[in-house]
Design a binder for this molecule. Structure first.
Ligand code: GLV
Ligand code: MN
Ligand code: MN
Length: 400
């Protein structure tokens, strides 16, 4: 809590109490300084890679690149950015818990048998440029730097322009050498559901992440006067969009899956004008890849039918897609036993999901009393956060 307190005000909207920490905005810059300061305060070797991911090393000098330490480090950490109006815990809890665990271990004179690193991944939520886990995907080489640099934010600024304005070199985007020094990643995160409330545990270990992704749907019609255009003469994209939302909701119920439209833009946005365009973002998730693909196909058919009924055009583009992730079986079994913690899956996406394709990866979840997340109401009790740090300490003792 002492570690969370100094960042509590950063990027918080005073009206809602929610956070607006988007990659490379003022709040994000302040959080970057905070992270670098925490690394310095602990005498940890600090680096920011070309993608904006920050790493602090204990027991490894980031500048001395000795080959015999390649692939041996135990990486902890999470992210500090947020969704629009996000909560205080999604991301930051994992970062501060990692620093707190390092402090506890050092206070006990523990000497790790392998290097320990604490990371803050850039742009996990993808709130500004649309691609979730952009920092870890770039570091791992699964997001093309050229595509990333051309992504635009809501003001029409490209990532390349934003990086340059913040004094970063867009040419350094891409695979991160420091990841080659990582042998295991453990991300602690607030639970985004109530499984731990039901099981009565403060901490759990993740089994899997549901496949998920974001699709942008552009419904293009013809602007016209709201009063003088008879209904049959219209080419209004709004009813087509609305019908698509209703259809997607029904499909998600039918499939036991999730479909969400959390962002929509209407042009030109006049109350007395038929819109020329509606752009909407579909977040879709399901328990397995086949169900997700089937649901998406069906929703896109629904969207096309709704568009043709309104005589408008619809185009769909994938912004980010994450296949199902199953966390390393041996690692999760070992941690669940060492921590006496239950195993649970999640419908939320994480950098741990990206890295799990490259290194054995695990996640620890900390109980969230309401289960609410991506909202100012997101919460974890102090005692459970302390239990999370305990679990991370025991994880390091087990693995390092
Ligand atoms: C990230 O939290 C996501 O699941 O979208
Ligand atoms: Mn999140
Ligand atoms: Mn998160």
């Amino acid at each position: 809590m002492n570690l969370l307190a100094p960042i509590e005000r950063i990027g918080r909207d005073p009206r809602t109490g929610g956070y607006r920490r988007y990659v490379w905005n003022d709040a994000d810059m302040e959080l970057r300084e905070w992270f670098a300061g925490e690394a310095a305060a602990r005498g940890m070797a600090y680096e920011e890679d070309g993608n904006g991911n920050q790493v602090a090393w204990w027991g490894f000098d980031s500048h001395a690149r000795s080959t015999d330490e390649g692939g041996s480090a135990l990486l902890l950490g999470s992210h500090l950015d947020s969704v629009p109006d996000g909560g205080a815990y999604d991301g930051p809890l994992g970062v501060v818990s990692a620093f707190a665990a390092v402090d506890r271990l050092r206070a006990d004179d523990f000497t790790p048998s392998r290097p320990i690193a604490v990371a803050c991944f850039a742009d996990e939520e993808g709130a500004r440029f649309g691609v979730a886990c952009a920092g870890s995907r770039l570091a791992a080489g699964t997001l093309d730097p050229a595509r990333a640099l051309a992504l635009k934010d809501r003001d029409g600024l490209t990532l390349a322009e934003v990086l340059t304005a913040r004094g970063r070199d867009p040419r350094t985007l891409g695979r991160s050498a420091w990841l080659d020094r990582v042998g295991t990643f453990v991300e602690l995160h607030v639970e985004q559901g109530r499984s731990l409330v039901h099981s009565g545990d403060a901490v759990g270990v993740a089994t899997a992440i549901w496949p998920h992704g974001r699709w942008r749907l552009d419904f293009e019609g013809r602007a016209d006067h709201a009063g003088t255009t008879p209904m049959p003469d219209r080419r209004d994209p709004m009813p087509a969009y609305a019908a698509t939302v209703v259809a997607a909701t029904r499909r998600a119920y039918e499939e036991g899956a999730r479909a969400t439209f959390g962002r929509v833009e209407v042009e030109p946005g006049g109350a007395n004008a038929i819109p020329s365009r509606v752009t909407a973002w579909l977040d879709a998730r399901a328990a397995d890849d086949a169900v997700l693909a089937r649901m998406l196909d069906a929703i896109l058919v629904d969207a096309r039918e709704a568009a043709s009924a309104s005589r408008v055009r619809v185009e769909a583009a994938v912004e980010s897609a994450s296949p199902a992730v199953t966390f390393d079986h041996d690692l999760r079994t070992r941690l669940a036993a060492a921590l006496d913690a239950p195993l649970l899956p999640t419908g939320a996406g994480h950098d741990a999901g990206v890295l799990s394709a490259f290194v054995p990866t695990a996640m620890l979840f900390v109980r969230n009393p309401s289960g609410v997340s991506h909202s100012p109401d997101e919460h974890a009790d102090d005692a459970d956060c302390a239990a999370g740090v305990d679990a991370l300490v025991r994880t390091v003792l087990e693995l390092a």
